[in-house]
Design a protein around this ligand. Structure first.
Ligand code: ADP
Ligand code: F6P
Length: 336
C-alpha cells in the first residue's frame, strides 16, 4: 500500500462517526422528546452508539453525559418538556467555553452532536463545527423564529395551547362586554401573537416586529368597535411588547370600557405535543441521523415548501425571516 493510500484510509477511519451525542438547549418545546427518541432509535438501528447530554451546553461543559438505549426513550413521545433537561449557558458564548466543549466531545468519543434548539443553540453548534465536531441542528422553539424553516418543533402545540386559553378568555370577555388584553410568549418574535390573533379573531395584534403601535389609535378603534356593536375587544399582545397590566389600566381609563389583562405565560411551553409536533419532530430526528449516516454534517434540518430539507449551518444562520405583512393586514380586515 502506498503512503498516500494509507493516509487516505486513516483519514476515512478518523472521519467515521461511531457515536452520536444529542442535547436540547435554550427554551424547551413540546416535541423535543419525540426528536430525542427518533435520534436515539434511528441511531441505534443504524449501528451508532448514542449518548445524551443533559442540560444543554451547560451539561456538556459539566460532562453530564449518559448512554442512551432504546428503552431509555420509551414512553416519552407524548410528553412535553425535554427528558434531557435544557439550560442556557453563558460560558458557551466564550471561546474558552467552546474549546472546552469541543474537547469534552472528543474525550467522550462524541463524533457528531445533534443540537435541538433555536438560533442561539445553532450559533453554539456552529462554533463547535468550526472546532471539528460534526453537528446537526434541529429547530426546536415555540417561537417559530428560525429563518431556514417554516416549521419549528413545539410551535404547533404552543399555538394551540394559547388559542384554547384565549377562547376561554373570550367567553367571559363577551359576557361582560369587556376589552381583554392577552399576552402570549415571544420576546423577539410575533408568530404566536399573529397566529393566535387570526385563529382567535382578535381585533388587534401587537408584535415586536411592529413595535411602533399607536395607543391613541388603539383607543379610538376600541370605541369605534363598541359603536359598531361589538360585544368585546380582544388584543393579543406579544411578550416582547409587554407592559400588559399597565396597558389594560391605561386603556380602561381612556375608553371607559372595563379592561382585563391575562398573561398566559409558561403554560404555552408545556403540555403533550400535538400530532403534528410528534410526527415532524420524529421525522427531523430520524433525518438528522440519516444525514450523518450518509456522511453529511454541519447541517440544519428544516421544513420548507412542504418538504423536509437541510441546509449548511452557516447558510442557515445567515438567512433572514420576516413576519408576513399579508397575514398581519388580513388579521385587521377579518376583525371588522
Ligand atoms: P435558543 O437556542 O432557543 O435561541 P438561546 O438564544 O437562549 O436559545 O441560546 C441557547 C444557548 O445557546 C445559550 O445559552 C448559549 O449557551 C448558546 N449560544 C447562544 N448564542 C451563542 C453564540 N453566539 N455562540 C455560542 N453559543 C451560543
Ligand atoms: O422558548 C422561547 C421563549 O418561550 C420565548 O418566547 C420567551 O421570550 C422566552 O423563551 C422565555 O424564556 P424563559 O422564561 O425560559 O427565560
Amino acid at each position: 500500500m502506498t503512503e498516500a493510500k494509507r493516509r487516505e484510509l486513516m483519514d476515512e477511519i478518523e472521519d467515521q462517526i461511531r457515536t452520536i451525542g444529542v442535547l436540547t438547549s435554550g427554551g424547551d418545546a413540546p416535541g423535543m422528546n419525540a426528536a430525542i427518541r427518533a435520534v436515539v432509535r434511528t441511531g441505534l438501528s443504524k449501528g451508532f452508539k448514542v449518548r445524551g447530554i443533559r442540560r444543554g451546553y451547560h451539561g456538556l461543559l459539566k460532562e453530564e453525559i449518559i448512554d442512551l438505549s432504546a428503552r431509555d426513550v420509551s414512553d416519552t413521545i407524548q410528553r412535553g418538556g425535554t427528558i434531557l433537561q435544557t439550560a442556557r449557558c453563558q460560558s458557551m458564548r466564550t471561546e474558552e467555553g467552546q474549546q472546552k466543549a469541543a474537547a469534552i466531545c472528543k474525550k467522550y468519543g462524541i463524533d457528531a452532536l445533534v443540537v435541538i434548539g433555536g438560533d442561539g443553540s445553532f450559533a453554539g453548534a456552529q462554533k463547535l463545527a468550526n472546532l471539528g465536531v460534526k453537528v446537526i441542528g434541529l429547530p426546536g422553539t415555540i417561537d417559530l423564529d428560525i429563518a431556514c424553516t417554516d416549521y419549528t418543533i413545539g410551535f404547533d402545540t404552543a399555538v394551540n395551547t394559547a388559542m384554547e386559553a384565549i377562547d376561554k378568555v373570550r367567553d367571559t370577555s363577551t359576557s361582560h362586554e369587556r376589552c381583554s388584553i392577552i399576552e402570549v410568549m415571544g420576546r423577539d418574535a410575533g408568530y404566536l401573537a399573529l397566529w393566535c390573533g387570526i385563529a382567535n379573531g382578535a381585533e388587534r395584534i401587537l408584535m415586536p416586529e411592529e413595535h411602533d403601535y399607536d395607543e391613541a389609535a388603539l383607543v379610538e378603534d376600541i370605541m369605534e368597535c363598541k359603536r359598531r356593536g361589538k360585544k368585546n375587544y380582544i388584543i393579543i399582545n406579544a411578550e416582547g411588547i409587554g407592559d400588559t397590566m399597565n396597558m389594560a389600566k391605561r386603556l380602561e381609563e381612556a375608553t371607559g370600557i372595563e379592561t382585563r389583562a391575562t398573561i398566559i405565560g409558561h403554560m404555552q411551553r408545556g403540555g403533550s405535543p400535538t400530532c403534528k409536533d410528534r410526527v415532524y419532530a420524529s421525522t427531523m430526528g430520524a433525518m438528522a441521523v440519516e444525514l450523518l449516516a450518509n456522511g453529511k454534517y454541519n447541517r440544519v434540518v428544516g421544513y420548507s415548501n412542504g418538504e423536509f430539507v437541510d441546509y449548511d449551518i452557516n447558510e442557515a444562520l445567515s438567512m433572514k425571516k420576516h413576519i408576513s405583512n399579508f397575514q398581519y393586514d388580513i388579521s385587521k380586515m377579518l376583525a371588522i
